[in-house]
Every structure is written in structure tokens, then in C-alpha cells.
Design a protein around this ligand. Structure first.
Ligand code: MN
Length: 447
């Protein structure tokens, strides 16, 4: 885990005034990365760093000469239309770039390099974002014990947890091609489902469309095929984290997933936030891994270590908002469906990465790992509608509009937000991850 240094000083301020405003997601202590371009014009996508309500254009930084040495090399790598190259450089280069930008952005910084950096800023309102990485591989874990228990109760009331859950971070290999950036709308998927009591499945638009509140983990330097990454070194292979919504067609998923796991129920769309917060920025918010009762299975030695126990967790506050078509028509704020923290996750990000590679699997820079749905210990902290509505039997009532939701309706926009906050540290945020459900395509005539 990254140690604290001057870039985490809660008293630090920037000459970019908006970065100093209370509640700002992007103060000088954060400096997250995205890939962006101006709304207008045909310029190429390039990496950028958020400061207040501005984006620092890394393509311009790379030619402006405001940085030198390793920081300059990192800015060059970050100027590409995806951040895979920057992620491949490793923690020393990421830290050099963070410290270089921090020095130039600090209140009172002066000189030619600071003037040059001023010319590299663009207002965030003037830009659009694309995926932060070229996603070659996407794996989705299932590491919240509260989510696993909540969902397991619907399927196996006597034994909600599968026997493997407390022994290893379980996952399935997901679909990389349908990962999209926040703001991308998608059509309600078609698929097969077995209606309750029926003996044969039907083919039709998803009737139980759901979201999953997750975090994204972005792999930094990869590992060679056949060379596992030990737990103690796992975080050196993690660049940072973002927000992720694993949209799920529950009716399709539950019919198809035995015995090989999710397929069409999960492969039609996965949304990620544009901003990736580095592990270094998250350093002030590290917490001990979830303590396991002595009577519970303890992690096997390759998934256990003092560092992971002491600070393997991350306290990221998370909230899910729902904006229906009616909210938009009446200009009402989104309904808040739940809040929780990533600190409750049963397996840590380091354990997920160590497990992924222990058999020899090679991770590549920019690979995307989903944490699995993040549900906290109380029912109100559930990270999916299937839990909040008790498998659809108890629809939620939205206070603002009086509408009911057991699952998502066409026109619904789900908005995930994340932030870190504690006394003695500067608050940092992840921005948001949003996506809107469009109606299913009309049935095709061809048979
Ligand atoms: Mn998931």
C-alpha cells in the first residue's frame, strides 16, 4: 500500500479555485485520470487529470515541457487515446507524475512551468469522455458477503452462502466488448427466461432488469503467463479504482447460469465512470480488511498477510440514485435507493488480484476487474434492486414521484456516486457513473 506524503496534506490548496470548494470531488489531493476530448471538433482522445472543474490535458502537458524526467515520461504515456500505456509504467512513474502536477498546481506556485500548465487546462463542461482504457479483459468478482447472503436466500434459503465463498474470491470472466463509459444509453436486452411455474422458457425482452453497484479495479503492470503475483505485491499491480455498474437481466441470468455462470444476463452492457482514482490518492482511506469471526474459515496462507489484514480495505462511500422519466419531466432530483461503503467487502482488492493470478493467469495493463455487487451489512445498504425489492416481491416506492420499482423501467437512469471522507484528510470523489435504459428493440420478423 502507498504511504502518505505531502500530496495527501489536507491543508494543501490549488490556484484553481474550484478545487478548493467544499464537497468538490477533485481537490489537489485527488488528481484522477480520464480520457477526454472537446465536445466540438475532431481532435483525438487523450488522457487528462481532473483538478476542480478543469481537466489538465496530458497531450498538451507532454509538449508544453512543464514536467521533466519520469513525470514527463508518464505524461507522454498518458497523452495516448487510452491509459493502458500509463498504467503499464508502474507506481514510480505514477507517483512522479502526481508529485510533478501537485507542485505546479499548488497555491502560490510560480514560474514558466506553472504558466505553461495554465495553458493545458480545459473546463470539464466543454469535454466528453470515452473509456479510460482499451479493455482487453474484464473479470467480475462476487466478494460482498452481504450481497451473497441476500441473493443466496432467494435461491437456497437453508444455505445462502455457497461453500466456496469464504475460502476464495469467486469470479467469472466477463465480456470486455460491451463495457461502455458513463452516459451511454443501452437497449433492454432480449433473452430466454423461465417464468415461475413454467416448464419451457420464453424468449422476450428482459422483465427483471437490474443494476449492480460495483467498483472497477484497473490493472497496472501485468504479470507474465505462469508467474503468479503474491498477495504482498498485489497492490503494485493496481493503478486505481473507478465506479462500475454491472447491468443484469435477472430473469435471463437465473435461467442460464447453471452450471457455467452468467452469459447473456450480464454481457449486454457494463458501465464505468470516466474518472479513475489512483491507489495513491486512496491511501488516506485505507482500513483493515474485514475481521472474520474465529469460527469462520480463515484465508489460506496465499490469501493472507499482515499488510492485507492491517490496511487491505478501502473506505469508499457509495450511493445509488434513480432518475425516472417522471423525475426528468418534473425536474426532481434523483431518488436515493441506497448508500453503503466498500469497507465492508469480504475480500480485498489485493486478494482478488492474487487469486486471479495464482494459477498462472497473466493480467495485462488496463485489464478491468469488477468487485462484484457491494452491499453493506444492513438491508438498506443493498447494492442491487433484486435485494432491495426482495426478488421483486416488495417494490420500492419512490418518495418524490410515488412511482414503484421492483426492477428497472424504460427511461430509468441509474447514477452511482463514490467519495472518501474522514477527519484529518481531504475529501476526494470519483464523480459519477450513469446509464439510461432504452426500450427493447422491436422483435425481428425473421425466424
Ligand atoms: Mn456483478
Amino acid at each position: 500500500m502507498t504511504h502518505l506524503n505531502h500530496t495527501h496534506d489536507p491543508a494543501a490548496r490549488s490556484w484553481v479555485d474550484s478545487a478548493n470548494q467544499p464537497g468538490c470531488d477533485f481537490p489537489i489531493q485527488n488528481l484522477p485520470f480520464a480520457v477526454f476530448r472537446h465536445h466540438s471538433g475532431n481532435e483525438p482522445w487523450r488522457g487528462g487529470v481532473a483538478i476542480g472543474d478543469q481537466v489538465i490535458d496530458l497531450a498538451r502537458v507532454a509538449v508544453a515541457g512543464c514536467l521533466d524526467g519520469l513525470a514527463h515520461e508518464a505524461a507522454l504515456a498518458g497523452a495516448h487515446p487510452q491509459l493502458n500505456e500509463l498504467m503499464a509504467l508502474g507506481p514510480k512513474a505514477w507517483q512522479a507524475l502526481r508529485q510533478g502536477l501537485f507542485a505546479l498546481l499548488q497555491d502560490g506556485a510560480e514560474g514558466e512551468a506553472v504558466q505553461a500548465l495554465r495553458g493545458c487546462l480545459t473546463p470539464q463542461v466543454a469535454v466528453e469522455y470515452t473509456l479510460p482504457v482499451r479493455v482487453a479483459n474484464y473479470t467480475d468478482f462476487y466478494t460482498s458477503i452481504h450481497h451473497a447472503r441476500n441473493v443466496g436466500q432467494f435461491i437456497r434459503p437453508d444455505e445462502p452462502l455457497t461453500p466456496n465463498f469464504q475460502w476464495l474470491p469467486i469470479a467469472y470472466h466477463g465480456r470486455a466488448s460491451s463495457v461502455v463509459v458513463s452516459g451511454t444509453a443501452f437497449h433492454r436486452p432480449w433473452g430466454q427466461a423461465l417464468p415461475p411455474g413454467a416448464s419451457a422458457p420464453v424468449h422476450g425482452p428482459c422483465a427483471r432488469l437490474d443494476y449492480e453497484l460495483e467498483m472497477a479495479i484497473y490493472v497496472g503492470p501485468g504479470n507474465a503467463l505462469g508467474e503468479p503475483v503474491p498477495l504482498a505485491r498485489a497492490e503494485g499491480h493496481i493503478f486505481g479504482m473507478g465506479l462500475l455498474n454491472d447491468w443484469s437481466a435477472r430473469d435471463h441470468q437465473f435461467w442460464e447460469m447453471a452450471p457455467l455462470g452468467p452469459f447473456l444476463g450480464k454481457n449486454f452492457c457494463t458501465s464505468v465512470s470516466p474518472w479513475v482514482v489512483t491507489m495513491e490518492a486512496l491511501a488516506p482511506f485505507r482500513v483493515p480488511a474485514v475481521e472474520r469471526p474465529a469460527t469462520d474459515p480463515q484465508p489460506l496462507p496465499y490469501l493472507d498477510g499482515p499488510g492485507n489484514r492491517a490496511h487491505g480495505g478501502v473506505d469508499v462511500q457509495l450511493a445509488v440514485g434513480l432518475e425516472t422519466a417522471q423525475h426528468r419531466r418534473q425536474a426532481l432530483p434523483p431518488a436515493e435507493l441506497s448508500r453503503t461503503s466498500f469497507r465492508h467487502q469480504y475480500w480485498t482488492v489485493a486478494q482478488m488480484l492474487a487469486q486471479h493470478t495464482v494459477g498462472g493467469c497473466n493480467l495485462q495493463s488496463g485489464d478491468l476487474l469488477g468487485t462484484g455487487t457491494i452491499s453493506g451489512p444492513t438491508p438498506q445498504e443493498a447494492g442491487a434492486l433484486v435485494e432491495l425489492s426482495h426478488a421483486g416481491t416488495q417494490p420500492l416506492r419512490l418518495a418524490e414521484t410515488g412511482e414503484e420499482r421492483a426492477f428497472l423501467a424504460d427511461g430509468d437512469t441509474v447514477i452511482l456516486r463514490g467519495w472518501c471522507e474522514r477527519p484529518g484528510a481531504a475529501r476526494i470523489g470519483f464523480g459519477e457513473c450513469r446509464g439510461t435504459v432504452l426500450p427493447a428493440h422491436a422483435p425481428t420478423a425473421a425466424g
